[in-house]
Design a protein around this ligand. Structure first.
Ligand SMILES: [Mn+2]
Length: 340
């Protein structure tokens, strides 16, 4: 199938340096952030397949095991779980290491040292702001809904006949999950042009949605019940927050990974402009922030040492009780809630 002819700003990204890097090298290691999501995993699998089609050697290695929700995306189980003994050598021998969907080596956790110590050329493909300077090449566009959109353009620039059904499925998963199923603010005509092309290449939207979102464990559903029960409003109903305690995780046999997307519930309450999910961790709390419109919620996250996008951000606070963290975060949220 021919790619779409009408493309927006992303089309003008300078993919040439990364394209040349791919064409001129042979062995690649691909990786993504801790707790990988559909975007990180979809991009790794799509790009690895493209590299192999081009006759290159590609290995995917992640710090985290692939979450259960995404195992279907990797039927051949090609994604490796990093072990320093087994894989440090591989990272040091690779020609190129491509870091996808994050631009901070800290987010590669146990792989950070092996990455930084490797003589491989490092390339980052991502859609987040404030990149760390550790790589030789950066292909970053924070207008992109997802790294998937950027990888799509990169693949097209290499050869637009490369996108087969498997690659289309991986990229569709990346874009669908990072756009909240095509509803987050950066979703634009270009996003839909891209996914239209991916459907033409064989991606099946019904199958992909069902694989990602209709496979809940009963424990997760019970956890959601408790989380919804915890919802509280503040500041005349403009702030809504939910809490996940260690007890809730234990009682439902779930983990923090299963709170993914729970922020959408406080955000669904009429009148709410700022929403938060506060997860109690063994050593503090982890907070996911969401906002509507122009409220820069990444700045609120930043006040707690975190970061993210205008409307979606996160932070971790260590060595603090849940109650103290809640008090501090609600207090600091005040000026954002009332911001225009
Ligand atoms: Mn992403």
């Amino acid at each position: 199938m021919k790619p779409p002819t009408r493309l927006g700003a992303l089309f003008f990204m300078n993919v040439e340096p990364i394209k040349a890097l791919i064409q001129q090298n042979n062995s690649f290691v691909l990786t993504t952030h801790v707790n990988p999501d559909g975007d990180g995993l979809g991009c790794e699998l799509a790009l690895a397949r493209v590299l192999r089609k081009l006759g290159k050697h590609a290995t995917i290695i992640n710090h985290s095991e692939t979450p259960e929700q995404y195992l279907w995306l990797d039927p051949a189980k090609e994604i490796l779980h990093f072990s320093p003994e087994q894989h440090t050598e591989l990272l040091s021998r690779a020609d190129v290491i491509v870091v996808l969907d994050t631009n901070h080596p800290d987010r590669l956790r146990s792989m950070k040292d092996a990455l930084l110590n490797s003589n491989a050329v490092k390339a980052v493909i991502d859609h987040h702001l404030d990149a760390d300077s550790f790589a030789q090449h950066y292909l970053i566009n924070d207008d992109a809904t997802s790294t998937g959109e950027i990888v799509y353009h990169l693949i097209l620039s290499l050869d637009n006949a490369l996108i087969d059904k498997e690659i289309a499925r991986c990229l569709y998963t990346a874009i669908m999950t990072d756009t909240g199923s095509f509803r987050f603010p950066r979703t634009d005509p270009e996003t839909h042009h891209i996914v239209a092309h991916l459907l033409e290449c064989g991606a099946d939207p019904t199958e992909i949605f069902s694989n990602v979102y209709e496979q809940w464990s009963s424990g997760r559903m019970r956890l959601l019940g408790e989380v919804l029960d915890s919802m509280k409003l503040a500041y005349d109903g403009k702030l809504a927050y939910v809490v996940c305690t260690r007890n809730m995780f234990e009682a439902t046999g779930t983990t923090e990974v299963e709170t993914d997307n729970f922020t959408s519930y406080p955000m669904s309450v009429r009148g709410v402009v700022v929403g938060m999910l506060i997860n109690e961790m063994p050593n503090g709390v982890k907070i996911s922030f969401r906002s509507k419109g122009e409220i820069p919620i990444n700045k609120l996250a930043n006040e707690f040492g975190g970061g993210g996008h205008l409307n979606a951000a996160g932070a971790r606070i260590y060595n603090i009780s849940l109650d103290d963290a809640l008090r501090a975060v609600i207090e600091k949220a005040k000026k954002y809630v009332n911001a225009k």
